[in-house]
Design a protein around this ligand. Structure first.
Ligand code: NAP
Ligand code: ZN
Length: 349
């Protein structure tokens, strides 16, 4: 086993603190990755604080992992030492169910194996994420990071990038469509960049009026401050597609009213439950859907799309010692627009 320094939450109320875990030695089909950077997703906070229930402690969060292959198993053919690679939200799945065979491993009928807060298939040992110096991963669940994307700014693509790319593609957003992105955080800012690159007209709907200039600089065509009492009346029936990335409870019905006839709103944010009124949907034959990250094949497609369109995440690079402050700032909506941990700060400690 490989003793590995990490930051971990001991329980749902304790701050993250230095800890040590054991990684497995790479088996024949595994690669060992020396982690360079790890993005900080709001799902890390939800899970470290057990806001979704069922969290496994101690927990090492982190599913936006990038680094270099440092060792490969004897049967690995696709990767070699030194390759620049990424790991996203899952590290295994059954591989034979209908979803796995369609490249939608995130919907595996036996449940995908989360990169952290999951259990390994077979051994049932807990999985530990990327707030760590290294990770051992099966070669089929590793992504290739294109050379042209700066590595620290590539990390958030592994979750925030694919989580916004996948529904935009799946629900057929096309050039000229009027798209709203709700919530300008990690997911939201990637949604703006990707929807824009797909040719959509993009409007940011934000509870933070101070993000207006940033939204436009990120490529949005328009900005709506949702705390403005007239915002929902003025923008009624405006959008073909709404991508809702908000991490805190809010009124879905108000946002559904912003869809055109036959428009679709997709939830990717996972806050506490809130009621939906049937009238919000039936009146204009509107659709409400959800979406969960994306499969391995689509994640590689997204990385290549970002490289082709010059897209990377806008980040604040932090030492791991600042992680608890970063969580507090994210909960307040104060991140521009993704915290990324420089894992060198953990190696030096
Ligand atoms: P984040 O960076 O913290 O951004 C969330 C944004 O939501 C904030 O920046 C803020 O934007 C808005 N917001 C926060 N509190 C709000 C409030 N009280 N009222 C209205 N708006 C509020 O979080 P993230 O990493 O992008 O993640 C967002 C959500 O997506 C989380 O729930 C996360 O668990 C979930 N997620 C889902 C998937 C999936 O596969 N479905 C994948 C990753 C993450 P404004 O300041 O612009 O309002
Ligand atoms: Zn995430």
């Amino acid at each position: 086993m490989l003793a590995t320094p990490v930051y971990a939450a001991a329980n749902a109320t304790s701050p993250l603190a230095p800890f040590s875990i054991e990684r497995r030695e790479p088996g024949p089909h595994d690669v060992l990755i020396d982690i360079a950077y790890c993005g900080v997703c709001h799902s890390d906070i939800h899970q470290a604080r057990d806001e979704w229930g069922g969290s496994i402690f101690p927990m090492v969060p982190g599913h936006e992992i990038v680094g270099h292959v440092s060792k490969v198993g004897s049967a690995v053919t696709r990767w070699k030492t030194g390759d620049v690679v990424g790991v996203g939200c899952f590290v295994d799945s059954c591989r034979v169910c209908e979803s796995c065979r369609s490249g939608e491993e995130q919907f595996c009928s036996e449940g995908m194996t989360g990169t952290y807060n999951g259990r390994e298939r077979g051994t049932k040992a807990p999985t530990y994420g990327g707030y760590a110096t290294r990770i051992t991963v099966n070669e089929d669940y590793v992504l290739r990071i294109p050379d042209s994307i700066p590595l620290d700014r590539a990390a958030p693509l592994l979750c925030a990038g694919i989580t916004t790319y996948s529904p935009l593609r799946h629900f057929g957003v096309k050039a000229g469509d009027s798209v709203a992105v709700v919530g300008l955080g990690g997911l939201g800012h990637m949604g703006v960049k990707i929807a824009k690159a797909m040719g959509a007209k993009v409007t940011v709907l934000s509870s933070s009026p101070s993000k207006r200039d940033d939204a436009l600089a990120l490529g949005a065509d328009d900005f709506v401050a949702t705390r403005d009492p007239d915002a929902f009346r003025q923008n009624a029936g405006r959008f073909n597609f709404i991508l809702d990335t908000v991490s805190a409870q809010h009124d879905y019905n108000a946002y559904l009213g912003l869809l055109k006839r036959d428009g679709t709103m997709v939830l990717v944010g996972v806050p506490d439950p809130a009621p939906i009124h049937a009238f919000s949907l039936v009146m204009q034959r509107r659709r409400l859907a959800g979406s969960l990250i994306g499969g391995i094949r689509e994640t590689q497609e997204m990385l290549d799309f970002c490289a082709e369109h010059g897209i990377a995440s806008d980040i604040e690079l932090i030492p791991i010692q600042s992680i608890n402050d970063a969580y507090e700032r994210m909960v307040k909506g104060d991140v521009r627009y993704r915290f990324v941990i420089d894992i060198a700060s953990l190696k030096a400690a």
